[in-house]
Design a protein around this ligand. Structure first.
Ligand code: HEC
Length: 191
């Protein structure tokens, strides 16, 4: 009886390999045939969307697990707010401030952080700001900005829910003078 059992085991393996090959061919046909939808205007299905969200949440949790937030003074948080205005508001908006129009055409849409950051720790917000989220349009500010500044921005993001539109409007934009300088043709390194 050993032989037929061996035979069926071998044919099961062969079947599995054939299936793998078929899947690889199908994937190649989708990619090289130009069938993969890259348009930002095309929506992900509910299953794909929730898979991507799970992947992001667990990756951020794992990556930020070893980080310890410094302590912040009220002045640190205020400074973080004026950087937020210049670095984050364009996409995410702020208290009483709409995002720029282009943000409405992004997929995924940059969320309102007063709500979306509610479940995140300061360290997780810092990690996201420093490293970005690939394939979403969320930039990594670690390339251009110091950790010290990004921690302050993260501390401000965690306070966003409590910031009134009036207080937010009163914050100076920490990046405005740089933009004005650049428009005037004075090139210099950020920070
Ligand atoms: C060019 C647009 C853009 C800018 C500028 C930007 N973001 Fe984002 N951000 C995004 C997008 C798009 C997402 C959504 C990513 C996703 O759905 O996975 C996102 C997601 C996030 C998240 C995760 C929210 C969640 O639901 O878990 C945080 C936190 C965040 N951004 C913080 C910041 C901070 C802080 C700044 C400024 C330092 C900033 N972002 C600047 C586009 C931007």
């Amino acid at each position: 009886m050993a032989q037929p059992r061996n035979f069926s085991f071998a044919s099961a393996i062969a079947g599995a390999l054939a299936l793998c090959l078929l899947l690889i061919i199908a994937a190649a046909a989708v990619v090289y045939g130009g069938l993969f939808p890259v348009a930002a205007s095309s929506e992900d299905g509910a299953a794909v969307r929730s898979l991507l969200i799970e992947a992001r949440e667990h990756s951020v949790e794992r990556s930020a697990a070893g980080l310890t937030a410094p302590s912040f003074t009220a002045e640190d948080v205020r400074l973080g707010g004026s950087h937020f205005k210049g670095m984050c508001q364009a996409c995410h908006g702020g208290p009483g401030a709409e995002p720029e129009e282009f943000a409405a055409g992004m997929n995924p849409r940059p969320p309102n952080l007063a709500k979306a950051a509610g479940d995140l720790t300061v360290a997780q917000v810092f990690w996201i700001a420093k490293n970005g989220i690939r394939m979403t349009g969320m930039p990594d500010f670690g390339k251009t900005d110091e950790d010290e500044e990004l921690w302050k921005v993260a501390a401000f993001v965690k306070q966003l829910q409590k910031v009134t539109a009036a207080d937010y409007a009163a914050l100076p934009n920490a990046h405005e003078h740089e933009e004005a300088d650049e428009e005037a043709g004075h090139h210099h390194d950020h920070h």
